[in-house]
Write a protein that binds this ligand. Structure first.
Ligand code: PEP
Ligand code: MG
Length: 890
């Protein structure tokens, strides 16, 4: 027996979305709960799939099944396709399992022909109306099914209006419409060589064919790619008896949300048009009325509609987006679906629905898309604003910033201190630019990806950033940048939108962020549910305090190198690096000690009672030195202008040192714990600073919990060696201060070898923290600073990788190493504390993975802490549910 391809509405239900599409499943559901839905049938997505797979052939049995079901429809309505007295007219609409608004095709008024149009005229006693319906049908059918450009129909209509000397369609007489219809038919014959089909059944099958085909039209394909909707789903086809909102003045059509989709307020929100068909509302030919005035215009209909809205919300337990039509004073519901909403509305609706007893707290937590929250946590561009967008880069750190263009970090710092608003624009940033970044409202780079320095630092600071905007040609010599023909000079005002990647000329109106009461409430529920801890990555006391305010339970990563970049530190750090002897180096290191002690004191105090992971120095040392090319230019200039000989010699000496430190592949070079091995005095100083700060806080009666972290470990012996150094310094500080304190020592797992040997590494580690930025870089062999700007696009376009692995954790590769490291590490130490502090720690799907492999916490930038809290709770609810399901099927 052939598969069942066609369902009556009565045979379906809301749970059948994959088979019947979202629209069809909901029409079936509404029919079955007794709402006034015009009757109809649904062709399954399975039929569409077979159609596509077989080279656009209807599957066997489909045509008979459609005809059989149409017969049932005809007898239930007492109407017949092509009937002279009582013709059946239907709409044909696509409806995929996932809503794809406007992407595929619709045909209305199908069943009209030269005969049935007469019947419609008689039955409605309105010839003009019938002819209007007919010409709309021919236009839609000609366009959607026969592939004739819509504008060609428009031109005929315009000519007729000119001839009749009228401005609006509805001023044309019946006779004039008849002429238009004849012209339309001639157009179709001319364009396709075929007559406009008069047989309704033929019209129907041609339309079904077109709807199936529209699944693969360009718009739909692109929409699916952007929204990550699988191509295999296919679309259903809904064939439904027509009701007419344009039949009379007691008819009309409209769309309404059961709550305000922008604010979440519990109040009907929508609009309608009297005496109009659905497409008139969308086409904007007449201005629709707000739904509230329907209460005055059609009070009975309004209260019926309100009641139906209430029923649908209670039934679906979510805000609904409903289409309705009134035909001669009778209300019909044509569609309902869960309404799309802003983040703000999503939160308010979810919290309100818990308070109304409609949904549980777990469901409320699941209702919010964590990524959407980004928009609520940053200043953002007023969505109503008109923007002059000149380029687009990667949306690296959300939020929007406006200010004058500044190309130099020193100047940025100076102007920033004067209170000027600015956007720091660089080809890429290095830790050298940190002081400029600190004072900038936003950062824009022409190179580098989502985990480039600029992106990581900006996200950490909660500053908007657009990076890898390759259309920008930055000329530091001229202090200007070019985008195509446009030249932007230093001091010109631009804006960037870190949520979209847009670069905009001039200022833009902005809206402030804020944690609403409902948002706080939702996060509290999330905290009660989740088991995964959430910490923050923070490098200074202000960020630590901010993170605590957002609900972080400690710090998962303090990058100490950022402290070395402050203006008062950098010369001492350079002295330390450039010193020729151990003695000189120790002197410089000793100057840094009190400064670092203050840093750690501030951070540990802000996080009193909560753990703080402090990573010892990680980046290659040359990052703290001036750029070799810039030095060379300076030396040449000094020589040409007869500059001071000693100064020239000093610069040359510096250049030699910079060159000797430069590496072909610095990310795989002299960095991380390798620095600790070659310059143990630096690590010793940092450990001393941490412990002295700790001792002081203990003395003050506080409860500091430092966790000393060694980066880039590949071998347990490295860790053992450095751990001994840290332990020795700790004993010294305890002895000198006479104060006892607690601390732990652990390591980053960010090189595959450390993951592979995690059982050994765990012997010397109190904790592991996955540095997934480096682990991704080293596992894939993709340079984190270059991949996104150079070749990542090709990997995503060719679908070789589903997601950018620097943003969404590569579970298959990097994840496999992580899972192995967790198992091996805990085999050695069952209670080993394990977290993640790479950028993935704030990304919902990566958080889900971290939960699944049993991590204790994720750590992310302070602004992503609320997102991580919510994502961790969602993961918990989902995994508990699937565990329950597994159990029930045993
Ligand atoms: C990492 O590698 O994931 C990490 C957190 O360290 P960084 O980004 O500073 O290299
Ligand atoms: Mg790292």
């Amino acid at each position: 027996m052939a598969d069942k391809y066609v369902y009556l509405f009565e045979e379906g239900g809301a749970g059948m979305k994959n088979l019947l599409g979202g629209k069809g499943a909901n029409l079936a559901e509404m029919t079955n709960i007794g709402l006034p839905v015009p009757p109809g049938i649904i062709i399954t997505t399975g039929a569409c799939k077979e159609f596509s797979a077989s080279g656009q052939k209807f599957p066997e049995g489909l045509e008979e099944q459609v005809k059989d079901k149409i017969k049932i429809l005809e007898s239930s309505l007492g109407k017949k396709f092509g009937d002279k007295a009582n013709p059946l007219l239907v709409s044909v609409r696509s409806g995929a399992p996932v809503s794809m608004p406007g992407m595929m095709d619709t045909v209305l008024n199908l069943g009209l022909n030269d005969i049935t149009v007469g019947a419609l005229a008689e039955n409605t006693v309105n010839e003009r109306f019938a002819l209007d319906c007919y010409r709309r049908f021919i236009t839609m059918f000609g366009d959607v099914v026969m592939g004739i450009d819509h504008s060609k129909f428009e031109r005929i209509l315009d000519r007729q209006k000119l001839k009749a000397q009228v401005n609006f369609d509805n001023q044309l007489s019946g006779g004039e419409w008849r002429e238009v219809i004849e012209e339309y038919k001639k157009l179709i014959k001319r364009e396709t060589g075929d007559d406009f089909p008069q047989d309704p059944m033929k019209q129907l099958f041609m339309s079904i064919y077109a709807v199936f085909n529209s699944w693969n039209n360009d718009r739909a394909v692109v929409y699916r790619r952007i929204n990550k909707i699988p191509d295999e789903l296919g679309t259903a086809v809904n064939i439904q008896a027509m009701v007419f909102g344009n039949m009379s003045n007691d008819s009309g059509t409209g769309v309404a949300f059961t709550r305000n989709p922008s604010t979440g307020e519990k109040k009907l929100y929508g609009e309608y048009l009297i005496n109009a068909q659905g497409e008139d509302v969308v086409a904007g030919i007449r201005t629709p009325q707000p739904i509230a005035s329907l209460q005055k215009e059609m009070p009975v209909i309004y209260s019926q509609f309100e009641e139906i809205c209430r029923r649908l919300e209670n039934h679906y337990r979510d805000m609904q987006d409903i289409e309705f039509t009134v035909e001669r004073g009778k209300l019909w519901i044509l569609q309902t679906r869960n309404g799309k909403r802003t983040a703000q509305a999503a939160i308010k609706v979810a919290v309100d629905m818990v308070n109304e007893g409609l949904i549980t707290r777990e469901e409320a937590v699941l209702r919010i898309e964590p990524a959407q929250l980004d928009h609520l946590l940053h200043r953002r561009i007023d969505p109503e604003a008109r923007l002059n967008i000149v380029a687009r880069g990667l949306p690296a750190s959300p939020g929007a910033a406006s200010g004058m263009v500044v190309f130099d970090a020193d100047l940025a710092e100076k102007l920033g201190q004067e209170g000027k608003k600015l956007v720091l624009v660089r080809t890429e940033t290095t830790p050298d630019d940190i002081h400029g970044i600190l004072y900038a409202q936003g950062i824009l780079t022409s190179r580098g990806g989502m985990t480039s320095h600029a992106a990581v630092v900006a996200r950490g600071m909660g500053k908007p950033c657009v990076c890898g905007c390759e259309a920008l040609q930055i000329d530091y010599d001229k202090n200007e940048l070019k985008v195509g023909n446009l030249v932007i000079k230093q001091g010109d005002i631009i804006s960037i939108d870190g949520s979209t990647g847009n670069v905009i000329t001039g200022t833009v109106p902005m809206i402030d962020p804020g944690l609403s009461a409902e948002f706080q409430q939702l996060l509290e529920w999330a905290d009660q549910i989740r088991s995964l801890g959430v910490r923050a990555n923070a490098d200074n006391p202000e960020d630590a305090a901010k993170a605590r305010g957002f609900g972080a339970a400690g710090i998962g990563l303090t990058r100490t190198e950022h402290m070395f970049m402050a203006q008062d530190r950098l010369p001492v750090v350079q002295e330390m690096i450039l010193s020729g002897t151990l003695r000189e180096r120790e002197e410089a290191v000793n100057k840094l000690l009190p400064m670092q002690r203050d840093d750690f004191y501030g951070i540990l105090k802000a996080m009193d009672g909560l753990p703080v992971t402090i990573r010892l120095l990680d980046p290659p040392l040359h990052e703290f030195l001036p750029d070799a090319e810039e030095l060379m230019v300076e030396i040449t200039r000094l020589k040409l202008t007869g500059g001071d000989k000693t100064e020239i010699r000093e610069r040359e000496e510096l250049l030699r040192k910079v060159r000797s430190l430069s590496e072909h592949n610095p990310m795989l070079g002299h960095r991380g714990c390798r620095l600790g091995l070659t310059f143990p005095e630096i690590y010793a100083m940092q450990a001393r600073a941490i412990f002295q700060a700790t001792a002081r806080l203990v003395e003050e009666g506080l409860n500091p919990i430092p966790e000393v972290e060694i980066p880039l470990v590949i071998e347990v012996k490295e860790l053992a060696y450095l751990r001994e150094l840290v332990d020795r310094v700790a004993s010294e500080v305890k002895k000198d201060s006479g104060i006892d304190f607690h601390y732990t020592v652990g390591t980053m797992i960010e090189i595959p070898r450390a993951a592979l040997l995690a059982d050994e590494v765990a012997l010397e580690a109190d904790f592991f923290s996955f540095g997934t930025n480096d682990l991704t870089q080293t596992t894939l062999g993709f340079s984190r600073d270059d991949a996104e700007g150079k070749f990542m696009r090709a990997y995503l376009d060719q679908k070789i990788l589903a997601d950018n692995p620097f943003m969404v954790l590569d579970r298959k590769g990097v994840g496999k190493l992580m899972k192995m490291a967790v198992e091996l590490g805990r085999r050695t130490k069952p209670d080993l504390l394990i977290g993640i502090c790479g950028e993935h720690g704030g990304e919902p799907s990566s958080i889900e993975f971290c939960h699944s492999i049993g991590l204790d916490f994720v750590s992310c930038s302070p602004f992503r802490v609320p997102i991580a809290r919510l994502a961790a709770a969602q993961t918990k609810v989902r995994s508990d549910r699937s565990a329950r399901q597994d159990y029930s099927t045993l």
